[in-house]
Each structure stands twice: as structure tokens, then as C-alpha cells.
Write a protein that binds this ligand. Structure first.
Ligand SMILES: [Mg+2]
Length: 410
């Protein structure tokens, strides 16, 4: 932990999209508002106002279910460019207090206010000033967490929503964080919390106290990371340059002649996936989204994407996803002239907060890939490939390709 100084602030806007819509249209104020992609369609809820949440409406819930729970809700089509503009203007407000601002999502940011105290006061005062300015200039409310590290600040902002201001000091960890169920710990997904519960670890405190060897035996290096976050240990810095990373990494290839040969095209997709994975690892990046591009012999082009619920830099994940998209969307009748594989939603491998999402990853597969990289370093790119990856798989049913969130095509 970066000492005991409370300099890290996490700001999370309350019901961001819905609050912007309510602010823009006075008729919506005080009413249950649901922002979604298509109010008439079968999409999911992007954001629900707190009035709608009282009826049990939640983000990512099918709109149909939300309508059932709250028939009087006003459905609004999301205006993402507007939300992006507001998000950028909010970042400008935060930057008045410190240059060290890291956007974390469209409605969240980390600030490090170390060294800014003489100008603006301590973190608590700065947080209050920001909350006031956001309310007065935007008519929006936010919840703020203050802590000695990003991890605890992020957990703190979540504790008193909406319009909260919560401080977690190092000495509060045992009293405030340890009684929480493990699944409340940032970065612990359903799979990991089930695995922990099967070991009898139900609370964050139990996780913090278990011998680290037991955790590394079960989860590999991730076990150590798990123990650290349960103890509130997070040395990652607030990184204002995070947005300077490449947006995507991709490779494409034009086939020597147009092909309708499934096995051959899959071999191309495998090779492209390996090249993309390798570049990710060379640049120490991880990705969440895989996009497959197909160009047919008549030059029409199809792109389809899937987004994982975790970050990965593994060839196997990239290939399996690209292959799933291919088998799902290629109709077998049209010949293909170009294939491309691209990954996006990138993050630095060293970005602790984003890296936590890697928890669900299989440590063994990561080790196998690292070993393969070593072989390729010595003997060249084509020296080795996983036999299981080139074995012709059975054609996936549409359902199986939808295992990742985001559905079969976006
Ligand atoms: Mg929010």
C-alpha cells in the first residue's frame, strides 16, 4: 500500500446515463427512467434511475423483464455520444484539482491528489469541492471513495451510493472490508467466489487470513493476488496516460485464392490469432474483445465481435472466439478472399485494477502459452502450435459461441 496517506480518490457517477437524461428533460425527473439501446426491442438495460431501481430494475437486465418489474418506467434510447461528452467535461473538472486523473470507465475515474493539498486542501476537501461543482455545473450526483490505494478507493465509492463520500483507512480494513462476502471483493467473479467458497472461504477476512500457499496451490499466482487484495494491498499508481494505449491490435490476410474450405480458413484464423496474441504479449497488453473480419469473393465484408467477461492475452482464447464467430456466421456457400482477426478493449497487463478481471483465467493455460513463446523465440513463429487447436472441432451450435458476454454478433 502506498503508505497511509489518503490521497487516492475514486469518483463514480450515480446512475450516469439515466441521470443525464433526467437532467436534460425535466419531465423525467423523479420518475423511473430506463436507458437502453432500443426501447421497443429486446435489448438490455444500460442504466436505470434510482426510482427504477426501487422496483428491482438493474443494469444488464433484459428490457422485457425491466418492463414487467416496472411497467410505468419511461424507456429512453441511449445517446452515447452525449454521455461521452459529459464524461470528458467531468474529467476536465477533476483535472482542475490534480493532473493525475485516470479515466476508468465512462462514468468512473481515479485521482491522486498527493502534492495538491496546499492548493486545494486534503483529499476529503477536494472530494467535497468536486461533488459540489459536479452538482452545480452538471446537475449530477456522484459517489466518492477515498483511500490509500485504488482498490480500497473503488470499494469505498460503492459503499454509500448514491451521493456518498466514504473513506477507508488502512486501519479500517479489518472492520469494514473483512466482514464482506468474498464476492463483494473487487475483481472476484462468480467462478472465483465459488471456488473460494468450496474451500470454506466465505468472507474477505477469511481470505486474508488463509495461508498463501493454500491459495497458490489452488489458483497459482492469482492466489497471491487474491490474498493481497483481501489484505488491501495495491501498489498500482493512478495512470493518467492509460488512454495513450493502442485502441486495437489486428492482423488480416488475403488468401492466395478465394476459398470455401473450412479447415483451411480455420488454419488461417489460428495463425492470425497467434500473431495477434504474440503482439499483445510483446506489448504487455491484455484484451477483452475479439473481432473477426471476413471478406467474400464479391468484396462484401462482414465483421463480428465478442467480448469476454475477462481480459486475456492467450492465443487460445483469441482463436476459440474467432473460430466461434466464424462457424456461427459463415454460411459455407460463399467463398472467402480475406480473413482478419483483431483484439480491442485493451488494457496494460500491469494495470492492477483492470488486471483483477483476469482472476477467472486458468493459470495453467497461461504457463503453457509462456512456454510456447519461449520455443518461438528460439525456433521461429511456426515452430510450435497447440495440437488441440488444429484438431478439427465439431461445428459449434450457435448457443455455444455465445458463452462470452456480448452475444454472437455485435
Ligand atoms: Mg456509476
Amino acid at each position: 500500500m502506498s503508505g497511509d496517506r489518503l490521497t487516492i480518490i475514486h469518483i463514480d457517477m450515480d446512475a450516469f446515463f439515466a441521470a443525464i437524461e433526467q437532467q436534460a428533460n425535466p419531465d423525467l425527473q423523479g420518475k423511473p427512467v430506463i436507458v437502453c439501446g432500443d426501447p421497443d426491442g429486446r435489448g438490455v438495460v444500460a442504466t436505470a434511475s434510482y426510482e427504477a431501481r426501487m422496483f428491482g430494475v438493474r443494469s444488464a437486465m433484459p428490457v422485457r423483464e425491466a418492463k414487467r418489474l416496472c411497467p410505468q418506467a419511461v424507456l429512453v434510447r441511449g445517446r452515447h455520444s452525449l454521455y461521452g461528452q459529459v464524461s470528458n467535461r467531468l474529467l476536465e473538472v477533476y483535472r482542475k484539482y490534480t493532473p493525475t486523473v485516470e479515466p476508468f470507465s465512462i462514468d468512473e475515474a481515479f485521482l491522486d491528489v498527493a502534492g495538491c493539498e496546499r492548493l486545494h486542501g486534503d483529499a476529503h476537501e477536494i472530494a467535497q469541492k468536486i461533488k459540489t461543482e459536479v452538482r452545480e455545473s452538471f446537475g449530477l450526483s456522484c459517489s466518492v471513495g477515498i483511500a490509500p490505494c485504488k482498490l480500497l478507493a473503488k470499494m469505498a465509492s460503492d459503499m454509500n451510493k448514491p451521493d456518498g463520500l466514504t473513506i477507508i483507512r488502512s486501519e479500517d480494513i479489518a472492520g469494514v472490508v473483512w466482514p464482506l462476502p468474498v464476492r463483494k471483493l473487487y475483481g472476484v467473479g462468480e467462478k472465483t467466489s465459488q471456488a473460494l467458497e468450496s474451500l470454506g472461504i466465505r468472507t474477505v477476512g477469511a481470505l486474508a487470513k488463509i495461508p498463501v500457499e493454500l491459495l497458490t496451490e489452488k489458483f497459482g499466482e492469482t492466489g497471491r493476488l487474491l490474498r493481497n487484495i483481501a489484505s488491501g494491498i495495491d501498489n498500482s499508481r493512478v495512470n493518467p496516460a492509460i488512454w495513450e494505449m493502442p485502441k486495437s491490435i489486428g492482423h488480416e490476410t488475403t488468401l492466395t485464392e478465394d476459398s470455401g474450405d473450412e479447415a483451411f480458413i480455420l488454419t488461417c484464423i489460428l495463425s492470425l490469432s497467434q500473431q495477434v496474441g504474440r503482439r499483445l504479449r510483446q506489448q504487455e497488453l491484455v484484451a477483452r474483445t475479439v473481432t473477426l473480419k471476413l471478406r467474400y469473393s464479391d468484396f462484401t465484408t462482414l465483421t463480428r465481435a465478442n467480448t469476454f467477461s475477462f481480459f486475456t492475452c492467450l492465443d487460445e482464447d483469441i482463436y476459440r472466439t474467432a473460430k466461434g464467430l466464424f462457424l456461427c456466421h459463415w454460411n459455407q456457400l460463399r467463398k472467402i478472399r480475406l480473413v482478419g482477426v483483431t483484439v480491442s478493449s485493451l488494457s496494460s497487463k500491469h494495470d492492477f485494477m483492470r488486471q483483477l478481471a483476469l482472476f477467472e483465467e486458468d493459470e495453467k493455460r497461461r504457463r503453457v502459452t509462456a512456454a510456447m513463446d519461449k520455443v518461438r523465440d528460439r525456433f521461429g513463429e511456426n515452430a510450435i502450435t497447440r495440437a488441440s487447436l488444429i484438431r478439427p472441432g465439431k461445428r459449434l451450435k450457435k448457443k455455444e459461441t455465445e458463452r462470452t458476454e456480448g452475444g454472437c454478433g455485435i
